[in-house]
Design a protein around this ligand. Structure first.
Ligand SMILES: C[S@@+](CC[C@H](N)C(=O)[O-])C[C@H]1O[C@@H](n2cnc3c(N)ncnc32)[C@H](O)[C@@H]1O
Length: 443
């Protein structure tokens, strides 16, 4: 087998595992013994194929003439069909070699890969816009419906961008290395090419497939892997020097670390989450990054109480980086698009309201609540904020330009200049939303 065929074999196994058990294909690859010790470029090729097969699943199944035949296949064979189809579409494989490789990977006979060539025309001929988008850009119906309603003529561009491989983006850690130019030099010394990203001041895009986590720069804690959108979300929090921040949905701490760096490792951050395991990772990341101002505390899913409520009452900023559909980050988590239903979405919006309601009454005058999601959907973003402003009239939006200055804010804000609003097709980073709400000083 060639390297490409071997990578396809491991990708088919991971996609098969995902189809069978619903486990994240990235995790399946990470635990694949056959990939251990293989060069970074080989592992990257397998990961790319998995991403492609999972993201394009619906479109490819339509292109192959409907999923009826595929649905009866064993998951591993089904995975092999999706992987080989993407290799053909990406022209990594000559057409004639498709069926041969499919057989090698344990796939079925008789798959008509020739129909891939006519798929775009067949999709374009679908008159109904939601079906056309869903089948042409590999979306579940509920998402296609919302994309058409939200983005109108741009829906196709948004959905197309969500099918692209994401950039490799890191955040220079100013607590370990002066600025991002210093990091560019440090990485260059290790043969890793990195270039400044467009919007976030510490963001760099990394070229190639080098194993970043094997670099001395990583060992020294000089960077974190973090999408530019998430970095901009943290920037919008803008804690005052020496300030106190409650990070209510801290997870493994992507934004917590960026906030600690913005505070120059001064002030206080209370990072809480309902998942202790995520907080354990957060604590470890703080150690590596040289951050010692963060206290990480697991909480129950209930009203804020005790130390957390007391902290919220004195905090300068409360960040609610809410659980969401993740529509904005489907490039990075392609399985996300198949994991959520319209009913899940309704549950998520209820959770988002609840989290806002837990924090809003605790804010001291002048303090800011920053509500963020990696969703592209108004019902998780603007609509949640509008509803919260109705329920909590003591809150008022702070325009992004007031926080970041007009020149920085303008290209990354919504049409009214109020909220951070990022789209993969426009900004090149993940889709992301953040609203900054201030507790009025009087009232
Ligand atoms: C979008 S993720 C957070 C990402 C994180 N802030 C970062 O930047 O890496 C949302 C987090 O909310 C947490 N969460 C869910 N329900 C919660 C609740 N009731 N209270 C606090 N955190 C909650 C989840 O465990 C998850 O880690």
């Amino acid at each position: 087998m060639s390297d490409l065929e071997r990578a396809a074999d491991r990708a088919a196994a991971a996609v098969g595992g995902w189809l069978q058990h619903g486990r994240a294909p990235r995790d399946l690859l990470a635990h694949d013994a056959a990939l251990r010790g293989r060069p970074a470029a080989f592992r990257a090729a397998a990961a790319l194929l998995v991403r492609e097969a999972v993201a394009h699943r619906r479109r490819v199944e339509f292109a192959l003439g409907g999923s009826a035949g595929l649905a009866g296949l064993a998951p591993r064979a089904h995975g092999a069909v999706l992987v080989v189809a993407r290799l053909l579409e990406l022209r990594e494989l000559p057409v004639a070699a498709g069926s041969v490789l499919l057989r090698q990977l344990g796939g079925p006979d008789g798959v008509d890969f020739g129909s891939l060539a006519t798929a775009a025309d067949r999709t374009a001929a679908i008159a109904e816009p939601v079906q056309r988008l869903a089948l042409g850009r590999s979306l579940p119906d509920w998402a296609a419906q919302r994309f058409v309603a939200t983005f109108g003529a741009d829906a196709d561009a948004v959905a197309t961008a969500l099918l692209e491989p994401p950039p490799r983006t890191i955040r220079a850690n100013p607590l370990r290395i002066g600025d991002r130019d210093g990091l560019v030099r440090a990485l260059a010394a290790e043969a890793v090419a990195a270039t400044p990203a467009r919007w976030a001041p510490f963001a760099l895009h990394v070229a190639g497939h080098a194993d970043l986590f094997a670099t001395a720069s990583w060992a020294r804690g000089e960077f974190e892997q973090q999408d530019e959108a998430s970095q901009l979300g943290a920037l919008a929090v803008a804690p005052p020097p020496g300030g106190a921040v409650l990070d209510l949905c801290a997870g493994t701490g992507g934004k917590t670390l960026a906030l600690a760096a913005a505070l120059q490792n001064r002030g206080r951050i209370l990072a809480v989450d309902v998942h202790e395991r995520r907080l354990a990772a957060l604590r470890e990341r703080c150690r590596r990054a040289g951050v010692d101002t963060v206290r990480a505390l697991p909480i129950d899913d209930g009203p804020l109480a005790g130390e957390v409520a007391a902290f919220a009452r004195t905090a300068d900023r409360v960040l609610v980086d809410a659980p969401c559909s993740g529509t904005g980050s489907w490039r990075r988590r392609p399985e996300g698009r198949w994991a959520i239903t319209a009913a899940d979405l309704a549950e998520l919006t209820a959770v988002q309201d609840t989290l806002l309601d837990r924090v809003a009454p605790l804010l001291q005058p002048g303090a800011r609540l920053v509500y963020a999601t990696c969703s592209l959907l108004p019902e998780e973003n603007e609509q949640r904020v509008a509803a919260a402003l109705q329920r909590w009239p003591q809150l008022e939006p702070v325009r992004l330009a007031e926080i970041l200055g007009g020149a920085i804010a303008r290209p990354i804000a919504d049409a009214t200049g109020t909220y951070l609003s990022l789209r993969p097709d426009r900004h090149g980073c993940d889709g992301f939303f953040a609203a900054v709400l201030r507790r009025r000083r009087a009232g």
